[in-house]
Design a protein around this ligand. Structure first.
Ligand code: 26Q
Length: 803
């Protein structure tokens, strides 16, 4: 490449200015005199969206003409964040956009910042889906993302005296300017009702309730518009808007009842990413979007004049975790009941088309549905699941080993595994552990099924977009902007790590980013921090296994150490936390309060000035990550080994020149291999050691007794030292630490604290530090999600990328 085949129309600032003026007037219906910032933002969005349409059509036509096998990525979550700047960058329009916006007298940064952050996901799994969309469009995989058009995304977090509070998120209040409503694409989706026998293997299902799934399309342009795919999100609508009879009687509530039931299905994203609670509405959401997507896939297949039995040759369907695992039974149902295949043929087609990505080994996080609930909401599917289970048991001649239906529950992981052609883990370690633990029996029966596809992140958003300074340095150093679509080129930085002048420029960019971040923290969150101190950042969902608690304890122990010996040499640090807890996860919410209490104590102590500060800006989201990650010196990836399937924040930080302090968990292992073990701060037990510790009767108290720094902090918390004398507040935290400590915080604390002092020593040698930082960035080529997508294309989907 190098720009030769770019299909994006080039347009200059003046032409874009005119296009904006036109959209403002005719699409938004506003006069420039009265236009608000949002109106201007919508006008630019429309003008840019217009430029996406031609490359979009070109890719669609090409996929059709070349009879390309299509990929369908089914995900309950797409954590896409803001789209305007990303599209501008991908299409190479930044200079034109800045000029056009300025010509209208509007501030470009403010305009871009006005876009709501679309939080249609909880965390890693949803953000991975968004990175994959960007990469599938960049490498030229003909793909559709399918998901739910939630009216309310992940809740907004606020702090009330340090306690998390939740407010509904409202991204659709200002209309979503990127989407195209497809009123003509709508499928009826049934629930409940009765099943009567049909011909052959078929049955006649008469649902008791039906809702409509209506399509909304968002184009996803890849780098320089070489390829563009579609994100199709389903909105739940009533089959009938309202009942006229009760309305005429004046009973307006009863008249609206059908639309209330239907619209509830796409109303809100479930905010829990740990413990699936078996709620009926969640099952309905899962079936709703899966059934609509499969109907759409089969319709497209038929429209190309193809037979249903040939589906696997033309389509690969990826299930993002078990959330769409009802796809197996649903596809069998469509093929048998609607298209007349017999059960065995139908199951062969389904299991050749579907693939499943697993994102967790934690047993409590694996979805299970009671057979009562499933049988009630989806009676035909329950029959088909039983039949899949029976056939699998018969074929593998192991009637007693793995059963999908077990103890009155449907085990969705096993259903997805058995229904899939390939099953993948998201890092090398995680994939090995899948084979040894949750799927050990199934792996023995199907040794070819499990493959590894280590996660990646899109360098367009997570480097080119969020770090303008690094972008300029890379482009100048590497000779063109093509590194953004070919991240392996970044390896050319490695020799420059030895070049003092280069290191100075690299460090100056980091310092600029930290200054901008400090100004933002002051402006938006009222905390002032010293931008010359080390920015030590942990941002991710709050979970016990991610061990924000261990970081908080280390922060308190460091505070004690500085107080005890003010002359001791510790690196000046700003500890930054960000992340939300599931509203029902009491322990996680208590940990948030503890962090905020420790922060208040430290920040109020004048002795900490220039030495230690703690910031916890509320409402961490994709847009906040784009500010924090480029400003990070140290990336905290400290989960209990064996628990974090991959992590993807770890990759984003290292790409932006942060060093990692972390355990040998998830993709940290591969990051260490890529950057060299002298350039990363690894500590703590390995996954095998964690298991051994547990097996040998783990007693956290013995570790507390062995480390006075840990003992002091635990005692302080119990004495209410950080909480105005309230010794009760964190009882649940300290009792757990002394008693069970499921995630072995105490067992790893000493190793963590000591490793942090090695980090201090490294910080004291800035040239060495920067050298390591450059080598971290240089080693990150392999963590581009473009590499991940090429891996799925070759080893899972059997498709050849067009770019
Ligand atoms: C399930 C049932 C009911 C309600 C909610 C859920 C639910 C929702 C979200 C379960 C899990 C999730 C999200 C999981 C997740 O984000 N996992 C992360 O996936 C990343 C991408 O592979 C990995 O990098 C992380 O290690 C993993 O934790």
């Amino acid at each position: 490449h190098d720009g030769a085949t770019d299909t994006a129309k080039q347009i200059d600032g003046e032409a874009l200015r005119v296009a904006m003026a036109h959209s403002l007037r005719y699409a938004i219906g506003k006069d420039p005199v009265t236009a608000t910032l949002s109106d201007w933002r919508l006008a630019l969005t429309r003008a840019v969206r217009d430029l996406v349409v031609d490359p979009w059509f070109a890719a669609t036509r090409r996929a059709y003409a070349e009879k390309r096998k299509r990929v369908y990525y089914l995900s309950m979550e797409f954590l896409i964040g803001r789209l305007l700047e990303d599209a501008i960058h991908n299409l190479g329009l930044e200079a034109a956009a800045r000029e056009a916006v300025a010509a209208h007298g509007v501030d470009y940064a403010a305009l871009v910042d006005d876009e709501p952050d679309a939080a249609l996901g909880n965390g890693g799994l949803g953000r991975l889906a968004a990175c994959f969309l960007d990469s599938m469009s960049t490498v030229g995989v003909a793909a559709h993302g399918y998901g739910i058009r939630y009216e309310h995304g992940l809740f907004r977090q606020r702090f009330d005296q340090g306690w998390q509070g939740e407010e509904p998120e409202d991204w659709l209040r200002q209309r979503h300017a990127w989407e195209f409503e497809r009123s003509e694409v709508a499928y009826p989706i049934g629930f409940g009702g009765e099943v009567s026998p049909g011909e052959g293997d078929g049955a006649l299902w008469t649902p008791s309730d039906t809702v409509l799934a209506a399509a909304y399309d968002t184009p996803i342009p890849g780098w320089r518009g070489r390829w563009t795919n579609t994100l199709r999100l389903w909105d739940a609508q009533p089959v009938r808007e309202f009942d006229l009879e009760p309305f005429n009687r004046g009973d307006y509530m009863a008249a609206a009842a059908p639309s209330v039931f239907a619209e509830t299905i796409s109303r809100v994203l479930y905010p829990d990413d740990t413990t699936p609670q078996g709620k009926e509405l969640r099952l309905k959401q899962e079936y709703f979007f899966t059934a609509a997507s499969l109907a759409d896939i089969l319709r497209r297949h038929r429209a190309m004049g193809l037979e249903p039995r040939s589906l696997a040759a033309h389509a690969a369907i990826q299930l993002n975790d078990t959330h769409p695992a009802i796809a197996g039974p649903e596809l069998v149902r469509l093929l048998v009941d609607d298209h007349g295949l017999d059960f065995d043929e139908a199951f062969d087609v389904a299991s050749a088309t579907l693939n499943y990505t697993n994102h967790t080994l934690m047993p409590e996080a694996l979805e299970r549905w009671s057979t009562d609930l499933m049988g009630h909401a989806l009676p035909r599917h329950m029959q088909i699941i039983e039949r899949i289970d029976t056939r699998h048991a018969r074929e593998t001649k192991r009637p007693d080993s793995v059963r999908i239906v077990d103890n009155g529950e449907v085990r969705m992981g096993d259903l997805a595994f058995i229904s899939a052609h390939r099953v993948n883990g998201v890092s090398a370690l995680h994939t090995d552990l899948m084979k040894q633990t949750v799927f050990a029996e199934l792996h023995a029966l199907h040794p070819e099924k499990i493959v590894n596809q280590t996660n990646g992140v899109t360098p367009r958003r997570w480097l080119y977009g969020c770090n303008a300074g690094m972008r300029r340095l890379l482009t100048e150093t590497l000779g063109s902007e093509e590194w953004a679509a070919d991240l392996d080129r970044i390896a050319a930085l490695a020799p420059l790590a030895e070049d003092a002048a280069f290191r100075e420029r690299f460090q100056a960019i980091k310092t600029d980013n930290k200054r901008a971040c400090a100004a933002w923290l002051e402006r938006e969150h009222g905390v002032s921090v010293d931008p010359t101190a080390m920015f030590d950042i942990q941002i991710k969902r709050i979970h016990e296994y991610k061990r924000q608690l261990m970081n908080a304890l280390e922060t308190a122990a460091l505070y004690n150490a500085i107080k005890a010996d003010p002359s001791a040499e510790f690196a000046p640090r700003v500890k930054i936390f960000g992340g939300k807890a599931a509203p029902g996860y009491a322990m996680a919410k208590l940990i948030i309060k503890l962090i905020n209490d420790i922060a208040a104590t430290i920040n109020a102590d004048p002795a900490m000035k220039g030495r230690l500060a703690v910031a916890y800006p509320a409402n961490y989201n994709v847009s906040m990550a784009e500010i924090l990650i480029p400003a990070a010196d140290l990336s905290e990836q400290i989960s209990t080994a064996g628990k974090e399937a991959s992590g993807t924040g770890n990759m984003k930080f290292a790409m932006n020149g942060a060093l990692t302090v972390g355990t040998l968990d998830g993709a940290n292992v591969e990051i260490r291999d890529a950057v060299g073990e002298e350039n990363i701060f690894i500590f703590g037990q390995t996954a095998a050691e964690v298991l051994a510790t547990r097996a040998n009767g783990y007693a956290p108290q013995s570790f507390i007794d062995a480390d006075p720094r840990l003992a002091q902090v635990v005692e302080q918390i119990e004495a209410g030292f950080f909480s105005g004398g309230d010794g009760e507040r964190f009882r649940a935290v300290t009792e757990n630490l002394r008693g069970h400590d499921w995630f072995q915080v105490c067992a790893d604390f000493t190793s963590y604290y000591d490793r942090q002092r090695v980090v201090d020593d490294a910080w004291a040698k800035p040239e060495e530090w920067t050298r390591k930082a450059v080598l971290n960035a240089a080693g990150m080529g392999v963590f581009s999600s473009d590499r991940t997508i090429r891996g799925y294309a070759a080893e899972v989907w059997g498709v050849t990328p067009a770019c």
